[in-house]
Write a protein that binds this ligand. Structure first.
Ligand code: PEP
Length: 250
């Protein structure tokens, strides 16, 4: 049985006071939740506030990006060691916005993922096709390539520190969710690709999240699909009531 994960990606939203207010509202709403892991990824500046506010709760804190080097002359970057020191336990790697606006490549995704695993954190690695790639019938090929070149040279044990998020770019922030059937087809394909590279048991244990306009009213249908093990939620994770409703999808 794969344990579900509901993760919120705040992107470039929320100051420290807004972060405090969010957790003050969220924590009582999810205090009794047992059925899934809960992760929130605030911006770097709010990480320590989020870590302090969630201490002793079931909510884990994630960063949204990382550099693969441990330290050095890399202005504006943050290392795994620094994130770990700040109290993070997860890092999002290869989000489509980073691929699209900041030139993140499959090669960087691999370096970052390796660094995250080596540093003892968990990587939530994002893959997904654009609308033109889907319209051209290339969606499966694109995602298979992202998996093979970004994640194909890890070790089997590394895989237990990785969570994959399938996020079709055309569904992110657009209000256009992939149908549960489209998502399920891609999740099964991702798992199959991992099974071709690693042992079947490792591929079977891998948690694959869906991301793209997940809301309280579509989460439960998505979660009914066998290969969907949770969600990476953008916009709807900014509001404590809607994020709590997604967490309580059962
Ligand atoms: C995301 O940013 O990872 C995301 C899925 O955003 P949204 O839920 O707003 O589509």
């Amino acid at each position: 049985m794969r344990r579900p994960i509901i993760a919120g990606n705040w992107k470039m939203f929320k100051t420290r006071p807004e972060t405090s207010a969010f957790f003050t509202a969220l924590i009582p709403l999810v205090r009794d939740v047992q059925h899934c892991d809960i992760v929130v990824a605030p911006p770097f500046t709010a990480l320590s506030t989020a870590v302090d506010q969630t201490e002793g709760t079931r909510v884990a804190i994630s960063a949204q990006n990382v550099h693969w080097e441990d330290q050095g002359a890399f202005t504006g970057e943050v290392s795994v060691r620094m994130l770990s020191d700040a109290g993070c336990t997860y890092v999002i790697v290869g989000h489509s916005e980073r691929r699209q606006y900041f030139g993140e490549t499959d090669d960087w995704v691999e370096k970052k993922t390796r660094a995250v695993v080596k540093g003892g954190l968990k990587a939530i690695v994002c893959v997904g096709e654009t609308l033109s790639e889907r319209d051209a019938g290339q969606a499966l090929d694109v995602v298979r390539r992202q998996v093979r070149s970004g994640l194909g040279r890890l070790t089997g044990p590394d895989l237990s520190h990785i969570i994959v998020a399938y996020e079709p770019v055309w569904a992110i922030g657009t209000g256009r969710t992939a149908t549960p059937e489209i998502a399920a087809e891609m999740h099964a394909e991702i798992r199959k690709t991992f099974a071709e590279i690693y042992k079947a048991a490792a591929a079977d244990a891998l948690r694959i999240l869906y991301g793209g306009s997940v809301k309280p009213d579509n989460i439960s249908t998505l979660m009914k699909k066998e290969d969907i093990d949770g969600a990476l939620v953008g916009g709807a994770s900014l509001d404590p009531a809607s994020f709590a409703a997604i967490i309580k999808y059962i």
